[in-house]
Design a protein around this ligand. Structure first.
Ligand SMILES: [Fe+2]
Ligand SMILES: [Fe+2]
Length: 358
């Protein structure tokens, strides 16, 4: 029995009621409110980065990550009520990449809600993406929860409209993780206005779950683990009793609590990014309560990709991460401490340091 299967068995044992065929890079979200008819699950797949080479050729490894996640999502029991795709479906926003990604995702059973990623956006500013997937931001209600999808990866108009000679150049500049020519992400005034109106209609006791691509908190500007107007968005969410923000983009496990808002990231199906604090020159604000994933072998790009269950009890989210070839992780909302924490790695002795960069 190899490590992968041992990990899988441990996870299923720990996960309790949910039985799975195998481990794959998607997230399953279970919402539990005490009454069984209100409980439900949804799945979360993110950051596929489908990359066109030429003709009908695409980068196979990224294709496989997404294909695997879709296949396993369809095998889930119980069936998820819907699926969230968390953004960065494409690598450079081309029709070929979006079409190919959409074709892979079309095998999913049930409704899919899409979040815009910067790799989907900066070629044509989301025009083709909208044709395939619908509006760039919207909200919906499901079994007592108010869900909101935001496009958090917009930026300053000057950068978007005046800086670059071609749309292709603009896309390439934003596609680089640490490119100093990039620009900070933001939700922007128009969407914040819409969000305020949308939230005005919602009871303050209704659990709110927000999906964004970039974190709606400021973690590390150099890699755009950052949303410039995060504080203003948080202020709009502040009057609500229970708020969760779930985001992609960072390709790693992060979590945080700011006031009433719990933040949780999901993993990518394509590759993992290193943690900002492992990068010695970086000034970063990754919350101290995040326990880094163990990247035992930085040259093995599958060791920190995976999928996660998210249980929501009384409107709070708990994330159960299964990594392809690494230790499983549970990030659970601690009702006494009132923030999410990694349940297995809180003691210093139990922690595994992140990889070092040379
Ligand atoms: Fe990404
Ligand atoms: Fe991204």
């Amino acid at each position: 029995m190899n490590t992968f299967n041992n990990n899988r068995r441990n996870f299923i044992k720990n996960a309790g009621a949910l039985a799975l065929g195998s481990t794959l890079p998607f997230s399953l979200v279970e919402l539990a409110f005490g009454e069984s008819d209100q409980n439900f699950t949804f799945a979360y797949i993110s950051d596929a980065h489908i990359q066109h080479i030429e003709g009908t050729r695409f980068v196979r490894n990224w294709d496989r990550g997404l294909i695997r996640a879709v296949a396993e999502t369809n095998l889930l029991i119980p069936k998820p009520d819907f699926v969230i795709f968390g953004g960065d479906l494409a690598q450079l926003g081309s029709k070929a990449e979006l079409d190919h990604g959409a074709e892979i995702l079309s095998a999913l059973q049930g409704k899919v809600h899409h979040v815009m990623g910067e790799h989907d956006y900066y070629l044509d500013l989301g025009e083709y993406w909208e044709k395939l997937f619908g509006p760039q931001y919207h909200s919906f209600d499901h079994k007592g929860v108010h869900f909101i999808i935001l496009n958090s990866i917009k930026t300053y108009d000057d950068w978007t409209f005046k800086r670059w000679p071609t749309n292709e150049q603009r896309m390439l500049e934003m596609a680089g993780l640490d490119n100093p020519n990039g620009s900070p992400f933001m939700v922007g005034e128009e969407q914040r206005k819409w969000l305020k109106n949308d939230l005005d209609k919602v009871n303050k006791n209704t659990p709110i779950v927000v999906f964004s691509h970039s974190p709606l908190q400021k973690i590390y500007k150099g890699w755009n683990f950052w949303t410039e107007d995060a504080d203003q968005v948080q202020a709009l969410l502040k009057p609500f009793k229970t708020v969760s923000v779930i985001y992609g983009h960072v390709h790693q496990i992060q979590y945080n609590q700011i006031g009433n808002i719990s933040f949780n990231s999901v993993m990518a199906t394509a590759w993992p990014w290193p943690y900002p604090q492992s990068y010695a020159q970086a000034e970063q604000y990754l919350p101290k309560l995040t326990v880094p994933m163990n990247r035992a072998d930085p040259f093995f790009d599958r060791d920190a990709t995976g999928w996660q269950f998210i249980n929501v009890a009384n409107g709070r989210v708990d994330l159960n991460f299964t990594l392809y070839d690494n230790n499983n992780r549970v990030v659970r909302y601690n009702t006494k401490k009132k923030h999410p924490e990694d349940s297995a790695y809180q003691s210093e002795d139990a922690r595994i340091p992140p990889q070092t960069h040379y």
